[in-house]
Ligand binder design. Structure first.
Ligand code: NAD
Length: 368
């Protein structure tokens, strides 16, 4: 009992569901956190090493993210234990079975996350009637293809760099993780004049202080190859991305990659968090103490979920981009101003903003 309720506080989670189908090798966890603002939207992640704790922390991050973005949605998340590169037929069977188990969990709307994609969401929708981040042919806005989260990160950077007096033209960018989030963030920032000096994926870190060609790297990845297959630049270990000398360092891979034991290696001025919960609280505090501005995940990377929520209500890609730009710019500015006024890290200011919105929605609900 105690163990199951160890995450409980005044916001949630309202439900934790374990899904287990031994014959299929299916093990999954769903956390529906706070639904005061509306049905929860949150990604379905597939990885071999996910955990209940990771799922809860990600669900809570979605509660804050959706509230901060002013969406009529609460926060939730699901994790499926498994290797996302498994055989396609086995993956379809696993995802469909997972979705089938969630047919009656109508206050949770799954979206794509690490290890799942638009096709997976089409299977979920087919089984349950609910999913976001769908392929265009079934009513989706292909958020990863158009780079909704990367677009939002670039809008966030544009506001934050004003606050720290940084010129985006020539600003050096390093990105950990060159997937749906990282590559589009690189593209939108390069379009604004920034220079990608280092990027990493599971093959290692690729670095070039004179600048990497973002378009060529995107083409390389689209061809199914790795960053370290690129014929230019220096190839280093995956960990070396932490040491990249830059003005903007973007985490766009896994949780807790920057911790108390490695935070001193970061040499940057601004960190818009592309990944969810990429830094431990100690690491964020250490960066704040060094004057490095960290824009928290649930403000900086809200582009994807905003796009998903617009899709859910039948809106267009054009509307999604306009809403992302407006919301992320306003929130980044509000959070940085409040952080400066109160002399607190931006995360504390962002949390206060999101909590205020969730509490006022909870005050209008019967079960608070
Ligand atoms: P993705 O699977 O498309 O890309 C992940 C990238 O990270 C890949 O290039 C992979 O090679 C790389 N990677 C994995 N482990 C790594 C490691 N240890 N070191 C360096 N690189 C590593 O995933 P994504 O959709 O880009 O999501 C990345 C992160 O952003 C996740 O934390 C996700 O929750 C978060 N996020 C995604 C979206 C979205 O719209 N896709 C929105 C908000 C937040």
């Amino acid at each position: 009992m105690e163990d199951t309720f160890r995450f409980s506080d005044s916001f949630g989670p309202s439900r934790i569901i374990h899904v287990y189908r031994p014959a299929l090798g299916l093990k999954a966890i769903v956390v529906v956190d706070n639904t005061a603002c509306g049905p929860a939207i949150g990604g379905a992640r597939m990885a071999p090493d996910v955990s209940l704790e990771e799922c809860f922390r990600l669900a809570r991050a979605m509660t804050w993210k959706n509230a901060a973005a002013g969406l009529p949605h609460g926060g939730g998340k699901s994790v499926i234990f498994g290797d996302p590169s498994m055989d396609a037929a086995a993956k379809e069977e696993l995802i469909r079975s997972f979705a089938g188990a969630l047919r009656d969990v109508t206050d949770y709307i799954p979206g794509p996350d690490m290890g799942t994609d638009e096709r997976c969401m089409a299977w979920v929708k087919d089984e349950t009637g609910r999913a976001v981040g769908l392929p265009g042919v079934v009513g989706g806005i292909p958020l990863d293809e158009i780079g909704a989260t990367g677009f939002g990160l670039a809008a966030c950077v544009d506001v934050a760099r004003e606050c720290i007096g940084l010129d985006l033209k020539g600003a050096r960018v390093a990105i950990q993780g060159f997937g749906a989030v990282g590559k589009h963030a690189a593209r939108f920032l390069a379009n604004k004049g920034a220079v990608l000096v280092a990027a990493s994926d599971t093959s290692g870190t690729l670095a070039d202080p004179s600048g990497l060609d973002v378009g060529k790297l995107i083409d390389l990845k689209a061809a199914g190859r790795k960053l370290c297959d690129y014929d230019k630049g220096t190839k280093l270990s995956g960990d070396a991305i932490l040491d990249a000398d830059c003005e903007i360092w973007i985490p766009a891979a896994r949780p807790d990659v920057v911790r108390a034991d490695n935070v001193s290696r970061l040499r940057t001025r601004l960190v818009p968090q592309g990944a969810n919960i990429p830094f431990t609280p100690e690491a964020e505090q250490a960066l704040h103490d060094r004057g490095i501005v960290v824009i928290p995940d649930f403000i900086a990377n809200a582009g994807g979920v905003i796009c998903a929520a617009i899709e859910f209500r039948g809106g267009t890609q054009h509307e999604a981009f306009a809403y992302i730009e407006e919301r992320i710019r306003d929130n980044t500015r509000a959070v940085l101003e409040e952080s400066r006024r109160q002399s607190t890290p931006p995360r504390a200011a962002a949390l206060a903003l999101a909590e205020r919105r969730v509490r006022s929605a909870m005050a209008m609900r019967r079960w608070r």
